[in-house]
Design a protein. Structure first.
Length: 301
């Protein structure tokens, strides 16, 4: 794997769900007795009684969320949700569903928390409660050896860009790129909305798209595992990120935020970030229902 332009530049832009391949397991991790009785008191009564919260993910974006051997839910986001839940004395029961079905499933009460990553964008804040304990930024994945020579923002003009259709930050970046290219006298990029990161990797390999715009951690993993290359690493949309809950489930959101804060305090949060090679995106605070630091509505070179 080759990575170019490695310095992270802080820049930004701004259905009812159907279970797919129903594969539900109890989350592992540090679940059990709550670390602190004060934390346990934050948990809404129905969850205290059952000891379980229901999580869902597409499990299609390693190393953030995917199925490991034996169909075991795995990844950085999965570990983080289980870690925070464990601090509250809760276990996580996982199910698989498409990424774009998660927020509708939350707001209909079918599930309680996402195991897929959602950033605290303006679009997501309108329809869900966000709990953001880490940072994310977008990078660009291209074919091996970067045959199109994409090194600068303007090199994306006129090229096809694949991205996950339901990922609000990626959609915003592509929209901003289209405006930027046109305003600078270049042809606009060609938007290619795809199902998920795996579909985008296949599209690059088959030549259906020139590039894949995706989060930093997934970009590095895709390049390493699929003989691709990362360019413009961390260039776009640096923002607070994490998980989402139903818009009307503020009490559970507050409890999970407290679980994340406890994990930051005792060092278990940092261990998970290090385990998945993502410690550069670690935060020392949790943002709830706010965009957090370093989000902007412009695209910078």
């Amino acid at each position: 794997m080759i990575i170019r332009n490695a310095a992270v530049m802080v820049a930004g832009v701004l259905s009812v769900a159907v279970l797919a391949g129903c594969s539900t397991t109890a989350g592992a991790g540090t679940n059990g007795e709550a670390t602190d009785k004060k934390l346990a008191k934050l948990v809404p009564e129905k969850y205290r009684q059952s000891g379980v919260i229901k999580g869902a993910s597409s499990f299609t974006a390693p190393p953030l969320y995917y199925y490991a051997a034996g169909n075991k839910p795995s990844g950085m986001v999965v570990d983080m949700v289980e870690l925070a839940a464990g601090k509250l004395g809760l276990k996580v029961q996982w199910a698989q569903m498409p990424y774009d079905g998660i927020i509708p499933a939350l707001n209909s009460g079918r599930i309680d928390v996402s195991g897929s990553q959602f950033s605290a964008t303006k679009a997501n804040l309108k329809v869900a409660s966000t709990v953001s304990p880490w940072m994310e930024s977008d990078s660009v994945v291209v074919a091996a050896d970067n045959p199109l020579g994409i090194e600068k923002v303007e090199d994306l003009c006129g090229r096809s860009i694949g991205y996950t259709a339901a990922a609000a930050p990626d959609h915003a970046v592509v929209t901003s790129l289209i405006k930027w290219c046109r305003s600078h006298g270049h042809p606009a990029p060609i938007r290619r909305a795809l199902k998920d990161a795996h579909a985008a990797t296949l599209a690059i390999q088959s030549g259906q798209v020139d590039t894949h715009l995706v989060g930093y951690t997934t970009a590095r993993y895709s390049a390493e595992k699929s003989n691709l290359e990362v360019v413009l690493e961390g260039k776009f949309a640096r923002r607070a990120s994490g998980v989402v809950l139903a818009k009307d489930n503020a009490a559970l959101a507050k409890a999970l935020a407290a679980g994340f804060k406890e994990a930051m305090k005792d060092g278990s949060y940092q261990k998970v970030m290090k385990k998945w090679g993502d410690k550069g995106n670690a935060l020392d605070q949790v943002f709830m229902n706010e965009t957090g630091p370093a989000w902007a509505d412009i695209l910078e070179k």
